[in-house]
Design a protein around this ligand. Sequence first.
Ligand code: ASP
Length: 586
Amino acid sequence: MDLLGDLYRTHTCGQLRPDHVGQEVVLLGWVHRVRDMGAVIFLDIRDRYGVTQVVTEAEPLLGQAKKLKTEMVVAVLGQVAPRSPETVNDKLDTGQVEVRIGELRVLNDARRPPFGIADESFVAEDTRLRYRYLDLRRQRMQKNLMLRHRLTMAIRRYFDDLGFLEIETPILTKSTPEGARDYLVPSRVHPGEFFALPQSPQIFKQILMIGGLDRYFQIVKCFRDEDLRADRQPEFTQVDVEISFASQALVFSLIEPLIAEIFTVGGIEITTPFRTMTYAEAMARYGSDKPDLRFGMEIQDLGAVFTDTPFGPVRDALASGGVLRGLVVPGGAKISRAEVDKIVAEAIEMGAGGLLWARQTDKGLATSAKAMGEAALTRALEVSGAGTDGLLVMTAGTEAQVSRLLGALRLSLAKRFNLVDPTKFEFLWVVDFPLLDWAEDEQRWVAMHHPFTAPSDADLPRMTETPGEVTAKAYDLVLNGSEIGGGSIRIHDPEVQRQLFRLLGISDEDAKLRFGFFIDALEYGTPPHGGIALGLDRIVALLAGEPSIRDVIAFPKTAAAVDLMSDAPSTVDARQWKELHLKPLA
Ligand code: ASP
């Protein structure tokens, strides 16, 4: 092995161009590819910045170069030369030139990697995560992490220009109330006591407003110990924001240009302001509080067409306060009967009691529900806009059931019939969320957003009588059917805060124990304030064109919440158990 000594890099492997021809240069990097042609050898040398071809045909360098293997770390000293026209590589930024090797130093050996770095071929994700240091060398991860860096820098610049302060908040903290399970850290110094890792800096950022810091942001890790759904991480990154004297309109007016800036950096121009839709409307029209607006297929209420229907299941549902709703599959009049049956089977699999359908064919009306009457069904096809082209599918039940089902069916049908335009970016603010949600299993109210979200001014007086009908000053930012951010205007009146805790079944005593410091703080002159948190991982993934957020996180965990590279979590030795006042499982 040779020494680096005080050799330094004169150029990166992505830098050399024809106007460097004739210069003596030093490149430091990895052997990316070796092309041994016998009497001449070509090497591609790689670093983060690119790839440069180096070449030699003279002994003893030729013999030395022949011993090189991919992923060895080398220093190449040599002179930049133009490539002959036949060997110019237009795909490479440095493809007009090559370096004629004058001296070759091997700085480190490399074991044969378990997968190719240069070829970018498919590698199972487990293998990629286990050898993340090698996966990171591949172009895909390098590109993604460089994009992530550019986006975070743009975010910092944006907020800095507007007078926001980036302030760090603690990682070892008290349980916070985002509604997920906490990660806990046992205290060595205080036997039997635990820190919680923050589910978000929610309370701290509000306290920063009470502390007069006025405008805060932080690019921050949040921790939630949940059973991981497909694309969640136990630790993830938020762009966390809090603003004093904020209205919802002010928050939107500060966040929309930020999003536009982020997307510009990601190479996509978007238009602002974003559309706004109430939660109630989103649920009714799209069966989701995060509707994908890249395609239509809106849910329609058809109850009015069938008020006198003789068809038992629908009649009963409507009579007991339920709804009959449907949606139109465009072009569905022409799909095969087998395809229609598949849609019905899918709806049943999703939990529908049944899915009724109707469409116009060459032979007249075709339907699964003759009992609903030809005249009414024909009218339904008309008012729903199905006409002679679409397939109308309908289901009856409670409003919540029907919304959930048609919302899910809408997404799956859009995918199946290729209705989603992948080049579209449809942003939407969903507003006026309910303040509370009824947890059937626990028979109590839970906060829909989190318990610091303010009720709307108009609904404030109704908080005790009809809490379920109170709307909140909460908002989500939705992009293409994904929630990319959420926030609210907060409660700044300690009495309202106490009242909400009581509604949530948190006794005054319990509230004091868990949030006492915060309620105290509220008593000392709290400015009205509000904020938002954006999911950075998801935004980067969208801009990188990656379906999984794991591909834009340097060291992600698997869906089973383990780090395959370091093999965390892992057990600790007996001394540590003892120090933490814990007993190993028997
Ligand atoms: N802390 C909230 C969350 O993590 C966001 C917010 O209300 O600002 O969802």
